[in-house]
Structure formats: C-alpha cells, structure tokens
Design a protein around this ligand. Structure first.
Ligand code: SF4
Ligand code: SF4
Length: 326
C-alpha cells in the first residue's frame, strides 16, 4: 500500500498538517528532533518553521520541547549542553524549551549491530516529530529524517563508531594503481604512486573508494549508510508508530551536511513534506529533488546512490518506498 506524503509550501498549511498528524499522539510531551545549526555559518532549519510547529502543538495542549544530542567533533560549540543551547538560541531557537540528551540507553536494533546507545530522553518521551533539513551528505549520500535520527539521536560513542565504520582496509596485493579511488575521494585522503596509499587522518570513512575500486583492494566492514539505518531502527523500536511523524524541509538544499561550513546550495527550494512513513518521505524528497534538477543529484555530487540508504531502511522494515503525494 502507498504511504501518504503531504506537500506544502506554506507555513499555515504546515500548521494544519501538524494538527492532523498529531491527532494520534498520546500523553502530552512531544520531542521535536532537529539540528540547530552551528556557531559558524551553515545551512539548517529556519527557526520560523520550528516555531510554527511548537505554537500549533501548544495550542493543541501538548508540551513540546526542541531536542538534539551533543556532537563528537570539536569545532563549533555543540560538544556540551551549555554550548549547544547557547548555539541554538543564537541561531534563533529561543521560543521553546530546549533539551539536550546527555544520558544514553542501550536499545536493540534490527540488523548486524544488534544494539546501540541512543539518548535516554527519546526512549522516555511518548511522542516525537523528526524535523529535518534535507541536504546532501559526504558519507550517506543525503541527510534527511534517517540521518537526523541515525546520527542525531545516537550518543557520542556511536557517533564516533559511525565516523570510523566505513574507513577502508587496503590490500596492496590487489591494487593495480588505476587511480579511481584517488580521483573520487572527497577529502583527497588517497595518494597514488605506483599503488594507492590512504592517509587515515584525512579519511572520513565515506566508503566511496570501497564502492568504486574495481579490484577489491579497498574493503570495509560496513557502510555509514547502513549504520545510520540501523541506529534509526533502534530509535523507532522505542516508539508506537502512531506517536511519531516526519517533516522534511526541502529548502537551501546543500551538497553537504548542516555541520559543514564548506557546503554550497545545489538545488532550488522545493517546499516542505510531512509523513508518518520515514522511508516514503525520504524517497519522495529524493524524487522531487531529482525531478527538479533532472538528474540523480546526490549520486552525482557525493558519489553514493541515495537509494542505498532508502532501500536499506525498507529492508529493515522501517517503511515503504511506495508513496503518493497529497
Ligand atoms: S581504485 Fe583500487 S585498484 Fe585502483 S588505485 Fe585505488 S585501490 Fe588501487
Ligand atoms: S573512505 Fe572516503 S574519505 Fe576515506 S579514503 Fe575512501 S574515499 Fe577517501
């Protein structure tokens, strides 16, 4: 059966969608999971959008709070709760309670990892809206709702694992020195003499070289895309599907993620999508973007097919690729 994905360009209609989709929520508390942007200029969710959602939820009698977890990297100010809240307020998110998840809880996942540590706050809250700025991502092709949960709900140790799981092992014996990996590596971590050499201090574990090496000279245990999907399955296992929905904002669609200051806009604004199905909303977002620019955009710019993440999510039973736009 096709899942419904709602589309609008107007904030008033977004408020009406929130009212409709929140009808099945139980109890009062609602986490709005989002990325607040950084202390340096990057592309992220407009605070006006989060405010429309918060105002509507309050009007309906809910108790919303804006939520994220601290990051594992050292740039910017979001490594600790005080700096994280300061950054969020400076970026315009000063109209609602902000909670930063500091304490973790182990949850079961579907797939190879079996269990991961995610924020305890999300395990305990009854309802959640996953509000995501939809954009490209070096290691995952694109970042939408799955990335928002798969990385953004994970505790620091899992975030570190996600950033190393795709780092390749190199077999000198198999390498023919063709140069494909050095040409495609987004961080110039591979140099070529007669054979390739990987500078692991520059490697971000995107797995592009692993995917494209014609001789299996570069291999990795897993891809970041798969781990994001698995962590997301762990988060979703703690929710009744009726008590969660997703909003993807297709504005300022950038090549790289919301933490990267070197990103650039790669697609004109499209609008806002909402759905109860995380796989359907991701697929609809990718399809609308590809339609807008006339090519498989994220594969083109980040070398990883966006369908990899979407198919993995469907295979883990997180939702359906079949959708209708309403
Ligand atoms: S793509 Fe593979 S075979 Fe070609 S240089 Fe890189 S590691 Fe060697
Ligand atoms: S995993 Fe990505 S960043 Fe690391 S060497 Fe391969 S292509 Fe470069």
């Amino acid at each position: 059966m096709e899942s419904k994905v709602y589309f609008t360009k107007e904030l008033e209609k977004l408020a009406a969608l929130v009212e409709d989709l929140a009808k099945s929520f139980k109890e009062r508390e609602v986490a709005i999971k989002l990325h607040f942007g950084e202390a340096y200029p990057t592309y992220h969710i407009r605070p006006e959008i989060a405010k429309v959602i918060v105002d509507k939820l309050k009007e309906l009698g809910f108790k919303p709070f804006l939520f994220d977890t601290n990051v594992a990297y050292s740039r910017g100010g979001r490594q600790n709760t005080e700096g994280h809240i300061k950054t969020a307020k400076a970026n315009g998110f000063d109209f609602c309670e902000i909670r930063i998840g500091e304490e973790g809880e182990i949850v079961k996942t579907k797939g190879k990892l079996k269990e991961v540590e995610i924020s305890k706050d999300l395990v305990e809250v009854p309802n959640m809206i996953v509000l995501s700025h939809f954009k490209g991502h070096w290691c995952a092709s694109f970042g939408g709702a799955i990335k928002n949960l798969g990385m953004g709900a994970a505790m620091k140790n899992e975030k570190k694992r996600e950033h190393t799981i795709g780092k390749p092992k190199f077999s000198e014996e198999n390498c023919t020195g063709c140069g494909t990996c050095a040409e495609l590596c987004p961080t110039s971590a591979i140099k070529l003499n007669e054979k390739a050499t990987v500078d692991y201090s520059k490697c971000i574990g995107c797995g592009v070289c692993v995917r494209y090496c014609p001789n299996n000279a570069l291999t990795s245990e897993n891809y970041v895309t798969n781990m994001l999907v698995e962590v997301t399955s762990g988060v979703l296992s703690t929710f009744n599907p009726e008590n969660i929905f997703y909003i993807n904002v297709l504005e300022k669609i950038s090549k790289l993620c919301d933490c990267n200051p070197r990103s650039e806009i790669i697609c004109p604004d499209i609008g806002i999508l909402a759905s109860k199905d995380i796989v359907a909303i991701e697929k609809a977002s990718v399809d609308l973007i590809n339609e807008k620019v006339g090519k498989n955009l994220f594969k083109d710019v980040n070398r990883i097919d966006p369908m990899e993440q979407i198919t993995a999510a469907q295979e883990l039973g997180l939702g359906s690729k079949e959708y209708e736009i309403v």
